[in-house]
Design a protein around this ligand. Structure first.
Ligand code: SF4
Length: 265
């Protein structure tokens, strides 16, 4: 069983509890305007032109984005840090893109992690079929679950897809008594208006103690250059990055609901 991986981040500390290895899988059904991983959009391996400055000379080369990996090969990489997982209460996080775009591979990889006794988190957009979630729900320990916009029309405008599946699958995971942490990217001018924050409050209150933790992810503009390289339109021109201080009022607001609120993952 093989999958297409575009990055493996060791010693990750923002993608779930403890020290983790985060596996980034290619392919995503969304096209969020603010996405900082546009190289993950397509599930295909990409060859992208790249200029490298060497001894004052510019050399034109090609960068390969994505690597086909066997589950066994991936596990060899993951298991290098078992000691760190054990000491920190960490584990493995599957991210993307949308990891469920490669459900067969993710399912097999999660099973292998569980057989090795590792904690597994899935960082998901929620945009996948119920059947895809059913295939991994029992083996995954934690879902880092993105809510991007609660107004469906705006969700479609800014991500390219409806939020219907996102909300349905959230209800399903909570019904299965899974541990879920909501992740909310705070994007100026897109989902930071009062009406939207109230809608998020309502959602969090509706599920009460089942959603005890919220991660607020401030918009940053570091991916702008990637869009140029991949010849993709960057729709966030003119939007300034948010500092941690600017997100503090949101943190205070949601903390008052009794939630543990982190800025960043
Ligand atoms: S869901 Fe994540 S990876 Fe996919 S487009 Fe949106 S921000 Fe990018």
């Amino acid at each position: 069983m093989t999958g297409i991986v575009f990055d493996i981040k060791r010693y990750a500390v923002h993608d779930g509890p403890g020290i983790r290895t985060t596996v980034f899988l290619k392919g995503c059904p969304l096209r969020c305007w603010w996405c900082h991983n546009p190289e993950s959009f397509s599930v295909e391996i990409l060859q992208v032109p790249r200029s490298v400055l060497l001894d004052g000379k510019t050399i034109e080369t090609t960068e390969t984005i994505g690597k086909e990996m066997e589950v066994k090969e991936l596990m060899e990489e993951i298991l290098k840090d078992t000691m760190y997982y054990e000491e920190s209460g960490g584990g493995v996080t599957f991210s993307g893109g949308e990891p469920l775009m490669q459900t067969d591979f993710v399912q097999a990889a999660i099973r292998a992690c569980k057989e090795a006794g590792l904690h597994v988190a899935i960082d998901t957009s929620g945009v996948a079929s119920r059947e895809q979630f059913e295939r991994i729900v029992d083996d995954a320990d934690l879902f880092l679950y993105d809510i991007k916009h609660l107004n469906d029309q705006k969700h479609q405008k800014y991500t390219g897809v409806s939020n219907r599946l996102v909300l349905d699958n959230l209800a399903f995971l909570l019904d299965q008594k899974k541990e879920v942490i909501i992740r909310y990217p705070v994007v100026p001018g897109i989902n930071d208006e009062e009406q939207q924050l109230l809608a998020l409050e309502e959602l969090l209150k509706r599920y009460g103690h089942q959603l005890p933790e919220l991660h607020l992810l401030p918009y940053h503009a570091i991916a702008r250059g990637k869009y140029e390289r991949f010849k993709l339109p960057y729709k966030m021109n003119g939007t300034e990055a948010l500092s941690k201080e600017e997100v503090l009022p949101y943190q205070n607001r949601f903390t008052k609901l009794g939630l543990k609120v982190k800025i960043g993952g």
